[in-house]
Write a protein that binds this ligand. Structure first.
Ligand SMILES: NC(=O)c1ccc[n+]([C@@H]2O[C@H](COP(=O)([O-])OP(=O)(O)OC[C@H]3O[C@@H](n4cnc5c(N)ncnc54)[C@H](OP(=O)(O)O)[C@@H]3O)[C@@H](O)[C@H]2O)c1
Length: 215
């Protein structure tokens, strides 16, 4: 049995990941979120899903949710993401939980090459600095983290991705589907030693360009 706490459980990638994780009867999920009305309660299976209401910037509230879990998967967002990262690390230290999957973004290490890298920096601006500060909280911790840096996200109904490893390895491609990110997260959870203490870029193959295709 693997017990996974999903922080930001009503997030778009999180919901897709939850669906995949629940295909395996041996997974149990703790769904941590601020607004439980954003989950479809009629679809919650109380045998393997538990809802905990809380704010990820409050380490006591995160600690309460992650007691006894094997893995924390953080699908968080917002201008206070660094504060949330600090709270998650503290809660995990306090509860002695080691394994963390953290969703970040392409570009936080200025690792996106060429014209697309310049475009990305222009569009994302201070978001990248904020997300970098959050990622630094994770990578300087002693947790068994995997930081995931997805390309620009799409809602395409496809699983098609490749990975680049290491924060400063040049990023590939421009886009990736949320479903692909969810699938990679499922792979990490199925294989507990996969990509531990790694910083992973995720993109759809053959999508190199100066901008994502829809811009
Ligand atoms: N859009 C892109 O192209 C792109 C590319 C790369 C990376 N990313 C990043 O990838 C991440 C995941 O993407 P996504 O599409 O799944 O994002 P999303 O749907 O916006 O999910 C983020 C979740 O974080 C939750 N959250 C925010 N602050 C919280 C807090 N203090 N406590 C608890 N929950 C909190 C939000 O819940 P509430 O309902 O409570 O607000 C929301 O459910 C985001 O950080 C996004 O910025 C995006």
């Amino acid at each position: 049995m693997t017990k996974v706490a999903v922080l930001g459980a009503s997030g778009q990638i999180a919901k897709l990941a939850e669906e995949l994780l629940l295909e395996d009867d041996s997974n149990e999920l703790v769904l941590f979120l601020r607004h439980p009305n954003k989950l479809d309660k009629s679809k919650i299976d109380e045998k393997c899903e538990k809802i905990v209401i809380g704010d990820a910037s409050r380490s006591d509230e995160v600690a309460n949710a992650i007691k006894g879990v094997d893995i924390v998967y953080a699908n968080l967002a917002g201008g206070n993401i660094e504060e949330q990262a600090k709270a998650v690390v503290k809660a995990m230290d306090d509860e002695n939980v080691k394994r963390l999957i953290w969703i970040s973004s392409l570009g936080v290490y200025d690792e996106v090459p060429g014209k697309f890298g310049d475009w990305n920096k222009n569009i994302l601006g201070s978001y990248l600095r904020t997300y970098r500060a959050a990622a630094d909280q994770i990578t300087t911790s002693d947790l068994d983290y995997t930081v995931i840096r997805p390309a620009w996200l799409t809602n395409k109904d496809e699983i098609d991705y490749e990975t680049t490893h290491g924060a400063h390895t040049p990023f590939k491609g421009t886009e990736v589907s949320r479903k692909s990110v969810a699938s990679y997260i499922n792979e990490l959870i199925k294989n507990p030693t996969k990509d531990v203490r790694d910083n992973v870029g995720l993109n759809k193959p053959n999508t190199d360009g100066d901008k994502p295709a829809w811009y």
